[in-house]
Design a protein around this ligand. Structure first.
Ligand code: ADP
Length: 347
C-alpha cells in the first residue's frame, strides 16, 4: 500500500473545529508501511488534549478498515503552540488574533431567542471575570445594538479595522452598528458570505477570553461559512420545546457535526410561563428540549422560562443577566450556563 494512497485516505480526517483535513494542514509528517505495520506520524501544536485524541480516533476509523494494511499505528507528537498561538493558527487556519475562544450560538429556526441567549450569555461570561466580545453575525436581522442599547457608531483604527463598541463591559460588533437606518441590508448569496467573512476579520477585538458569535438563524451557506472561517471552539444550540423548532435544532446539530465543531449543549428557551397566580403553562409543549438533548446525546445547559422581564430588559438594552443572579432566576440560569461553558472551553 503506497504512502500516497494512505495520504489520500487521511484527507478524510478533519482537524476538529475545521472543515479542512489534517493532510492539507500539513500535520502528516511520515507514513511508513513495513512488515505488515502501517505507521503514520503526525505533529500537532495544541494545548487542548482533546484535539490529538479526536484525530487519533478519526485516523484509526479511516485506516483500520483499509484492506491489507495490517496493524495500524498512529503516532502523534503534540507540541506546545508557539507565542500563544491557538491550535488553529499553528495548523495554518485563521483564528482571530487575540481571541482565545470562540463560541457560536446557533438555532435552526428564527425567533426562538437565540440573540437573547447570546447577549445574556456574553454578559454572564463577562460577569464571571472573563474578557468577552459579542459579534452579531446576522446581516438580515441584527439585534445586538438594540439589546445593548448602544447606538454609537464604531470607528476605524489606523489599520482600517473596525473598533468594537463597548457596553456593559463587553466589546460589541453588529451589522446594526453599520446600518444607516432600520432597513434590512440587501446582500445575497456569495456576497453575503464574503461580507460576513470580511466583517469577522476586520474587527479589532483586542485580547478576549471569549468571543460569542450570534449566528444568523438557519443552517445554510452563511452559517457554514462562518464556522469554517473562524476557529469555532464549540456551539450552543437554542431551541424552544416546540417540535417545529426541534426539527431545525437537529439540523443545526448535524451541520456542526459535519464541520467537526463540538456541540457544547442545548438551551431550551421559552420552556414554560409561570403566571402571577402560581400556575405554570407549557405554551410550546413540555420538555421538548430535554428529550431532544437526550436523543441527540448533547448536554442540556439550561431551561429558560418565558419571562416578561427578559424581553423587556432585552428591548431596553439592559440584558436580564445584568441583574444579580440571586434576584432573578433567568440571570441565575445564565450564570450557571456561563460557568459550565468556562469549564468545557477554558480560556
Ligand atoms: P432569535 O435571535 O432566535 O430570532 P430573539 O432573541 O430575537 O430570537 O427573541 C425573539 C423575541 O422573543 C424577542 O422579542 C425577545 O425579547 C423574546 N424572548 C426571547 N427569549 C425570551 C424569554 N425567555 N422570555 C421572554 N421573551 C423572550
Amino acid at each position: 500500500m503506497s504512502p500516497e494512497f494512505i495520504k489520500e485516505a487521511l484527507r478524510n480526517v478533519r482537524y476538529p473545529g475545521f472543515s479542512r483535513d489534517i493532510v492539507s494542514f500539513g500535520l502528516v509528517k511520515d507514513i511508513r508501511h513495513e512488515n505488515g505495520i502501517l505507521t503514520v506520524r503526525l505533529e500537532i501544536a495544541t494545548k487542548d488534549p482533546k484535539i490529538p485524541e479526536q484525530i487519533f480516533k478519526d485516523c484509526h476509523a479511516i485506516l483500520d478498515p483499509l484492506p491489507d494494511v495490517g496493524t495500524v499505528k498512529v503516532e502523534i507528537d503534540v507540541k506546545e503552540p508557539q507565542g500563544g498561538a491557538t491550535a488553529g493558527e499553528v495548523a495554518g487556519k485563521s483564528s482571530i488574533p487575540g481571541v482565545k475562544r470562540v463560541i457560536a450560538i446557533a438555532s435552526g429556526k428564527g425567533g426562538v431567542g437565540k440573540s437573547t441567549v447570546a447577549a445574556n450569555l456574553a454578559v454572564a461570561l463577562a460577569k464571571s471575570g472573563a474578557k468577552v466580545g459579542l459579534c452579531d453575525c446576522d446581516l438580515y436581522g441584527p439585534s445586538v445594538a438594540q439589546m445593548f442599547g448602544s447606538h454609537d457608531r464604531p470607528m476605524a483604527n489606523e489599520n482600517d479595522e473596525i473598533i468594537p463598541v463597548e457596553a456593559h463591559g463587553l466589546k460589541l460588533m453588529s451589522m446594526g452598528f453599520l446600518l444607516e437606518d432600520r432597513s434590512p441590508v440587501i446582500v445575497r448569496g456569495p456576497m453575503a458570505t464574503r461580507y460576513t467573512q470580511q466583517f469577522l476579520r476586520q474587527v479589532a477585538w483586542g485580547n478576549l477570553d471569549y468571543l460569542v458569535l450570534d449566528l444568523p438563524p438557519g443552517t445554510g451557506d452563511i452559517q457554514l461559512t462562518i464556522v469554517q472561517t473562524v476557529a469555532v471552539d464549540g456551539a450552543v444550540i437554542v431551541t424552544t420545546p416546540q417540535e417545529m423548532a426541534l426539527i431545525d435544532a437537529r439540523k443545526a446539530v448535524a451541520m456542526f457535526a459535519k464541520v467537526n465543531v463540538p456541540i457544547l449543549g442545548l438551551i431550551e428557551n421559552m420552556a414554560w410561563f409561570d403566571c402571577d397566580h402560581g400556575q405554570r403553562y407549557f405554551l410550546f409543549g413540555e420538555g421538548g428540549g430535554v428529550r431532544e438533548a437526550a436523543a441527540m446525546n448533547v448536554p442540556l445547559l439550561a431551561r429558560i422560562p418565558i419571562d416578561p422581564q427578559t424581553r423587556e430588559r432585552g428591548d431596553a438594552g439592559t440584558p436580564v443577566a445584568l441583574i444579580p443572579p440571586a434576584e432573578h432566576p433567568v440571570s441565575a440560569a445564565f450564570r450557571d450556563v456561563a460557568a459550565a461553558l468556562r469549564t468545557k472551553v477554558p480560556s
